[in-house]
Design a binder for this molecule. Structure first.
Ligand code: DGI
Ligand code: FE
Ligand code: FE
Length: 190
């Protein structure tokens, strides 16, 4: 889908603030794809649609998780996790995007997963470091992403895990699995 058309479609689903975030993720994802050899066009499309389901009513998302046999452990965890897999489903059924690599990048953009593709990593990191993000540590994430995509990803995961743990929130198992996988993989490098 052409960029202008895709942006027009997603804009209707988002607040102005979330739309500006989406533009930031798009620009960052294109940059990272060029730097780390992911498919630039797929990254653009995945970035544009990554938060497509962000403002769907919780009961609609819950029903989709149940009906589409998505992992049921999602239902006991933070509802903020739901828009990623539900977004992949809706982007396929409502927008008509069929490319499974793009849909997986949307599906795993919040939790991550073991053995992420380059495209999935690019979207995850771009979501974390886009220019509109302002939180302590974001600048270090941006610096790491200039050199090493895995290091930026580990950093984003570690910060998210620590942020949730400090607030006494549960950590979704896939988030921890992603972190552990990357750490073991990195240890294997030495
Ligand atoms: O949709 P965005 O705000 O752009 O970013 P996102 O898709 O990464 O969602 C971030 C939210 O998801 C944030 O409020 C924390 C929450 N979250 C991410 N990972 C986990 C999580 N919540 C729990 N409980 N466990 C997680 O592992
Ligand atoms: Fe998101
Ligand atoms: Fe986002």
């Amino acid at each position: 889908m052409e960029r202008e058309k895709a942006l027009e479609v997603v804009k209707k689903q988002l607040t102005e603030h979330r739309y500006q975030h989406t533009l930031g993720v798009m620009e960052t994802a294109i940059e990272l794809s060029e730097r780390f050899n992911a498919d630039v066009k797929k990254a653009e499309t995945a970035a544009i649609f990554h938060d497509y389901a962000k403002f769907r009513p919780k009961d609609e998302m819950k029903q989709i998780i149940i009906d589409q046999h998505m992992p049921s452990d999602l239902l006991i965890h933070n509802t903020e996790l739901w828009h990623a897999p539900v977004g992949a489903y809706l982007v396929k059924t409502e927008v008509g995007i069929e490319d499974e690599e793009i849909l997986d990048a949307i599906r795993f953009h919040t939790s991550g997963r073991e053995e992420m593709t380059q495209l999935e990593k690019v979207i995850f990191v771009a979501d974390y470091i886009e220019p509109g993000r302002h939180f302590p540590g974001v600048e270090e994430g941006r610096e790491l992403a200039k050199q090493d995509l895995n290091d930026a990803l580990i950093y984003a995961l570690r910060n998210t895990i620590m942020f949730l743990a400090k607030k006494n929130h549960a950590i979704y198992p896939d988030t921890l699995r992603t972190y552990n996988f990357l750490i073991f993989e990195k240890m294997g490098e030495f």
